[in-house]
Design a protein around this ligand. Structure first.
Ligand code: UD1
Ligand code: UDP
Length: 362
């Protein structure tokens, strides 16, 4: 049997590794890794292959950036050729990025079975490109692996036959559990190099709703500066946001709001674990902070990961920067929300997925 994995963007890499690793333990299975090239900067792609120990992709479609239509169409055209050459028995897609939906759609048309890892998540906000990607991918997938029970409920409501759906837990947490000791080992050196001597907060922002509109981004930046007067902030800047900020020479060391290039997985994990608070609009970081027990303030009106609110340490702040300043004050005053780790976020999701694939296909 031949399984082909498709990845393309930063959050895909942490999700494919545990699955590929667990599948490698099954007899009679060949695996092919395809990188669409959606993310291509070394600090958005190569660093994760290196730190996670992923093999170099067998195929790189090198699609690069573009409008949604251009990027999706290019992935489809190039992946159709790859799928035709490779003739996989099953294609595995991850998360909710354009690479996910584009490759799933190619497979649906070619009659190749698709497995979606991280199925069923819904923000119920169709203005988010990711919500469209999630809805469509789930509709055309043959096997749907969900991270939490709400995913199963959403899929049932949308009429997806239950025999296709498997609650397996959160695969991103597998990578976190495996690499946390390595991240801890890097901390002393990282702390020294960043001159971190006390409390700090960690920031990431890249959603179009937050960063694409200049006045909104300017208000957010000004709030972050106000917060940084009380709590120094580290802000590894996503390339989309870097383009919008268009600040020449991003590094502004010595300021209490420090903008920096995106950091590798191990450094980011080490920083998350020790941050007093994380301010973000990322999907994966809402989950990682919940696992780490670190208060997370999410700059969004909604989340497709409600378990991080109900069970974890996540708080939805909405879009008002004044609300963010209030929530940060609250965390500094009372330590912030505490929570627990959702069921099946235990580092063994990859093994559960491999077990199910082995039973169904081998
Ligand atoms: C994509 C995903 C988003 C995910 C995020 C993770 C979609 C629709 N969006 O958003 O769900 O949360 O990745 O990080 O798939 N760029 C570079 N170098 C790179 C990659 C991007 O400079 O290596 C810049 C380009 O200017 C590009 C912009 O970032 O136009 C946006 O990249 P794109 O992949 O289209 O979307 P993201 O915002 O990264
Ligand atoms: N991450 C990282 N370096 C950074 C920012 C994030 O390694 O500078 C990791 C983070 O720990 C998580 C993943 O990237 O594992 C989340 O990706 P991102 O926020 O880009 O995408 P999303 O989850 O929002 O789709």
């Amino acid at each position: 049997m031949k399984i082909l994995h498709v990845v393309g963007a930063r959050p895909n890499f942490m999700k494919v590794e545990p699955v590929a690793r667990a599948l490698a333990g099954l007899e009679g299975l060949d695996q092919i890794l395809v990188h669409t090239g959606q993310h291509y900067d070394p600090d958005m792609s190569d660093v994760f292959f290196r730190e996670l120990g992923l093999p170099a992709p067998d195929v790189n479609l090198e699609v690069g950036s573009g409008t949604h239509a251009v990027q999706t169409a290019l992935i489809m055209m190039r992946f159709e050729e790859t799928a035709g050459e490779q003739k996989p028995d099953l294609v595995m897609v991850y998360g909710d990025v354009n690479s996910t939906v584009a490759s799933a759609l190619v497979c649906a048309k070619l009659g190749i079975p698709v497995a979606h890892v991280e199925a069923g998540l819904r923000s119920f906000d169709r203005s988010m490109p990711e919500e469209i990607n999630r809805l469509l991918t789930d509709q055309i997938s043959d096997l749907l692996f969900t991270p939490s029970r709400d995913g199963n409920e959403n899929l049932a409501r949308e009429g997806i036959p239950q025999h296709k759906v498997h609650l397996v837990g959160n695969v991103m947490i597998d990578t976190l559990v495996r690499l946390l000791p390595a991240a801890d080992r890097r901390w002393p050196e990282l702390r020294r190099s960043l001159e971190l001597n006390g409390n700090f907060g960690l920031v990431t922002l890249h959603r179009p709703a937050n960063v694409d509109e200049p006045s909104r981004l300017a208000r957010l930046m000004s709030s972050l500066e106000t917060i940084a007067d009380r709590l120094p902030l580290l802000f590894p800047v996503h390339p989309r946001t870097r383009d919008r900020l268009s600040i020449p020479g991003l590094k502004r060391a010595n300021s209490s709001l420090r903008l920096m290039d995106p950091v590798g997985y191990l450094d980011f994990l080490a920083l998350q674990k020790r941050a007093r608070v994380v301010i973000t609009d990322s999907g994966g970081i809402q989950e990682e902070t919940t696992f780490l027990g670190v208060p997370c303030l999410t700059m969004r009106e909604n989340t497709e990961r409600p378990v991080t609110i109900a069970t974890g340490t996540n708080t939805l702040v909405g879009s008002d920067p004044a609300g963010l300043e209030r929530e940060v004050e609250r965390v500094l005053d009372d330590g912030g929300k505490s929570g627990c780790v959702p069921p099946l976020w235990d580092g063994k999701t990859g093994e559960r997925i491999a077990g199910i694939i082995g039973r169904l296909y081998l």
